[in-house]
Design a protein. Structure first.
Length: 255
């Protein structure tokens, strides 16, 4: 190959290389501009999921302040982890929605009971701290050993579902150091359940309530179900006297 041909060959190589560099630079510039166009700021934050304690609009505003980055550059995992630090939030899923929406699906913690003076418990028996809401004061009060929270919640859920059949609700459920359970209904009736067979005893209460106690509901103070069969009923003192007078008058009238 002559010197001129060699020079022309090398010139062609350099020109091809230069052209490739120019094309690549143009592609990078175009890709960067395209990415910038796609990585636009979010125009709207959508908070999905049923909320009972959190305020949706307030939560949406807080999320907008925490978002760092645009549609493509936002770190969804880091944002979800940050939101889950809120004691009201059990879990979070975050996703993008074209063209400029951020969708945040919230699973809210579900406190089901107050836990003595130690805070609250969720439906799995896990302790919840730093929860502040007036609605929580309406929750039933559970009292027991510190390590018995899951058992207390499971027993509460069982007894509450059974008691509901008599039109009653649970206000308090406790288990003392001897392992004896006691329940107080929302109408103020104390129910002694003993150490075991809680479901069977609550079914017995429902049967007794329907057959004999429902019409005297306002007079019942305590029902003791710690007997193999049946129950002992204590009456509210003043109302008991009134009831006895009524019964006595009915007997005299029949005489």
């Amino acid at each position: 190959m002559s010197g001129l041909n060699l020079w022309l060959y090398r010139l062609g190589q350099w020109l091809a290389l230069g052209l490739a560099v120019v094309v690549l630079a143009l592609l990078l510039i175009g890709a960067n501009r395209f990415y910038t166009q796609l990585d636009r700021p979010f125009t709207h934050v959508v908070v999905d999921g049923p909320l009972h304690y959190l305020e949706r609009e307030q939560l949406s505003a807080e999320i907008e302040q925490r978002v760092s980055g645009g549609f493509l550059s936002v770190d969804l995992i880091a944002l979800a982890e940050d939101l889950e630090k809120n004691p009201w939030i059990a879990s979070v899923q975050v996703r993008r929605r074209w063209p400029a929406e951020l969708v945040v699906e919230i699973v809210e913690e579900r406190p089901v009971a107050r836990w003595g003076d130690r805070g609250f418990l969720n439906d799995a028996g896990q302790p919840l701290q730093a929860l502040v809401s007036e609605k929580l004061q309406q929750l039933p009060l559970l009292s027991g050993a510190q390590d018995s929270a899951p058992e207390m919640v499971a027993s509460y859920q069982l007894l509450a579902s059974l008691l509901q059949r008599s039109g009653q609700g649970v206000a308090e459920l406790s288990r003392n150091s001897r392992g004896e359970w006691q329940l107080i209904t929302r109408s103020g009736i104390e129910i002694a359940l003993g150490r075991s067979d809680l479901a069977e005893k609550m079914r017995r209460f429902n049967a007794i309530w329907a057959a004999q106690l429902k019409t005297l509901a306002g007079q019942v103070s305590r029902v003791d179900l710690r007997y193999p069969n049946g129950a002992a009923v204590a009456w509210r003192q003043q109302e008991k006297q009134a009831a006895l007078n009524i019964n006595t008058n009915q007997l005299i009238g029949r005489g």
